[in-house]
Design a protein around this ligand. Structure first.
Ligand SMILES: C[S@@+](CC[C@H](N)C(=O)[O-])C[C@H]1O[C@@H](n2cnc3c(N)ncnc32)[C@H](O)[C@@H]1O
Length: 639
């Protein structure tokens, strides 16, 4: 290994440098975003903005919107790994984001479970995240946290590129990694750009916080760095005086009852004169680097009372809105773009929305995206936003960097062969050769694997079922990343008639996470089944009534959850309808969901009135209490 020349104090971790002594560069990967859902915006408005252009399976985000809502800007909630997401945002957003707040996971455990609430009873159940996620993260950090630094350094470099020349980063950590992170931030942002360290003293130490023979933890750290010190946005926020301060200093009262203090200053003649500073005209105390007036979200007693409105979402690492309010007010102005690439329950986005900022949020977790979407929907007059992901492009990228390394066959053939073998292995199946539509065998069942870049189609399943029937094999498992609409009930029934038992299984996103896959610890869940009826209450109207929702393999659902489920609808947390689905982005036309306050969920939606008679495709989307979604399309003719 080459000699690494250390010229200044720096933090070094295994893997920071290449063999030749050069620093490892961040991979710059730019992939197109897919708009998978539009919330709070009608199709007519959207189409008008797009000039009536229709997409195919999804809309690809083109970034041609303007800088204001009037010009077409849409806030963005992105589901995916922030390394790829930030890399892909660079093309349109390099130097454009005014404030980035991030609160990355810095301990193991807390981020891997979540509280879900079951059905109308609202009974809370802590649902452990899949073991693979937990293990993957534990393994990723390592005992000396070196991989945490590798992970963060790559992302902080991208954060810096995304910040506008007037922008600020706020990195939320605690003592566990905070002081190690400081030199990394200095190296990436420059020590001269450090704005200080905020000590968020979130609560008074209580007996409940005692852990071992260690000092009781009662604060977090937030490091603030400007992209370019002196050019950055900064507003002094004033806090109200304490009662004691008012008593000690505003001792005087004038004839009208107004409180004031005396301030001595020199007049033009150089004489000392007393001036009155009235309490009701005073700004207060400027917020310093110690914030002790904001409690943790869960310190709010309302958090624990059912049926009472509070900002609590049940997301374990949720930060209080007041904390984000202060950060956003100090470092940004209305209309600016505020981003959070580890957005969790969406606190930053909710506050940015309320304070009139534009926002971009990202999280890897399905549950985080679901909680955030519901939280934003709950904000009165929340402006339209889009839910995006990198979908097939992320998978294509993953396929490209993962497979095709062996040199025995042409690249495309090798890559495909290795991809199939990899998925089959994770599923516990063996590859089979010489068949057209069947790729593997698991026990008595034959297996078909869908492609990374296209939904599994009805025709594809039909062909696999026929091949199975021809071989006189009675069971077929189809593994897919995405599915053609409405294929579930059609296909299962059709296969049964041909003597083939058909199971449709979802290839989980974790397949792309190296550590999880390496352990072979990836679970494939059967697609849920949704039954609904379309009613026509009046002329030109349609109404959806949910009839059944079945999660197969309930034995895989934790017993504590299963035991609380009394009826099928208890598994449903959220459902929405697109009245005129055109095989592109899902446009939410009607929505209902459970909240902590309102546990009841209507199973019939409001009737929708169409402007004109015609044939329409209605898409119904259900999100279950685990954050998984299931969609079903219905072709109707309204008269
Ligand atoms: C500490 S929580 C953030 C909580 C958030 N501040 C709130 O108020 O709810 C960290 C979040 O980072 C997400 N996360 C971890 N690694 C990620 C990655 N590589 N890309 C995107 N999100 C990630 C986790 O899923 C988790 O939701």
């Amino acid at each position: 290994m080459a000699k690494i020349e250390i010229t200044k104090t720096e933090l070094v971790w295994p893997g920071k440098y290449n063999e030749d002594g050069t620093i490892k560069e961040v991979p710059r990967i730019s992939l197109p975003f897919q708009v998978i859902e539009t919330v709070n915006e009608s199709r007519a408005t959207r189409e008008a903005k797009k000039g009536g252009v229709q997409g195919t399976l999804f809309d690809v985000y083109e970034g041609k919107e303007g800088d204001t809502f009037e010009a077409g800007w849409r806030n963005k909630l992105i589901w995916g790994d922030n390394l790829l997401v930030m890399g892909s945002l660079l093309e349109k957003f390099a130097g454009k984001i005014d404030l980035i707040y991030i609160d990355p996971p810095f301990a193991t455990g807390a981020d891997f479970s979540f509280t879900t609430t079951v059905g109308g009873s609202g009974e809370e159940v802590i649902k452990e995240q899949s073991a693979i996620e937990e293990k993957a993260y534990r393994d990723m950090w390592g005992s000396d946290r070196s991989s945490w630094f590798a992970m963060m350094a790559e992302r902080l470099r991208l954060v810096r590129c995304l910040l506008s020349p007037r922008g600020t980063l706020c990195l939320h950590l605690d003592w566990y990694v905070g002081h190690h992170a400081r030199p990394v931030l200095d190296e990436i942002f420059g020590e001269e750009n450090s704005l200080g360290e905020i000590v968020w003293a979130y609560g008074s130490p209580s007996g409940g916080r005692v852990s071992g023979a260690k000092l009781v933890k009662a604060h977090d750290l937030i490091f603030a760095y400007a992209r370019d010190y002196g050019n950055h946005k900064y507003k002094i926020v004033y806090l109200p005086y304490s009662e004691k301060y008012v008593k000690d200093w505003f001792k005087f009262t004038d004839d009208t009852g107004r409180k004031y203090r005396k301030r001595w200053r020199r007049n033009d003649k150089g004489e000392s004169v007393a001036e009155r500073q009235y309490l009701d005209e005073s700004l207060g105390v400027p917020a310093s680097t110690v914030w002790s007036d904001i409690q943790q979200a869960y310190a709010d007693p309302r958090a624990y009372k059912e049926g009472v409105s509070s900002e609590i979402t049940g997301y374990p690492t949720q930060k209080p809105e007041r904390l984000l309010e202060r950060i956003i007010e100090v470092s940004s102005e209305p209309g600016d773009i505020v981003a959070d690439f580890f957005c969790g329950s969406g606190t930053t986005l909710a506050v940015a929305e309320k304070l009139g900022r534009r926002w971009i949020g990202c999280d890897l977790g399905r549950w985080a995206i679901h909680v955030t979407r519901k939280r934003l929907l709950g904000i009165e007059s929340c402006k339209p936003f889009e839910v995006l992901n990198l979908g097939k492009y992320e998978r294509q990228y993953w396929q490209g960097v993962t497979f095709g390394k062996a040199k025995d066959k042409p690249l495309a053939e090798r890559a495909l062969y290795e991809y199939l073998a990899f998925i089959l292995k994770l599923y516990g199946a063996q590859p089979v050769a010489g068949l057209t539509h069947l790729h593997g065998k698991k026990g008595r069942a034959l297996v078909h694997v869908g492609a990374v870049d296209a939904p599994v189609t009805i025709a594809e399943i039909d062909a696999a079922v026929d091949e199975c029937a021809k071989l006189k094999q009675g069971e077929l498992h189809v593994l897919g990343w995405e599915w053609e609409m409405g294929l579930y009930d059609l296909m299962v029934e059709a296969a049964k008639k041909k003597g083939v038992k058909l199971l449709l299984l979802q290839i989980p996103r974790e397949v792309m996470e190296q550590q999880a896959a390496a352990k072979g610890d990836v679970r494939f869940f059967e697609l849920a089944y949704l039954e609904a009826e379309i009613k026509r209450p009046k002329k030109l109207t349609a109404q959806v009534v949910l009839k059944d929702f079945v999660i197969p393999n309930t034995e895989l659902i934790p017993e504590e959850v299963r035991s609380k489920v009394k009826k099928w609808s208890d598994y449903i947390d959220y459902w929405s309808v697109d009245w005129d689905f055109r095989n592109d982005t899902f446009m939410q036309g009607w929505v209902a969901y459970r909240t902590r306050k309102e546990r009841k969920l209507p199973l019939a939606c409001d009737a929708h009135t169409y402007e004109k008679a015609g044939k329409y495709r209605i898409l119904v989307k259900v999100i279950d209490i685990f954050g998984n979604d299931t969609s079903q399309a219905f072709d109707v003719e309204v008269k």
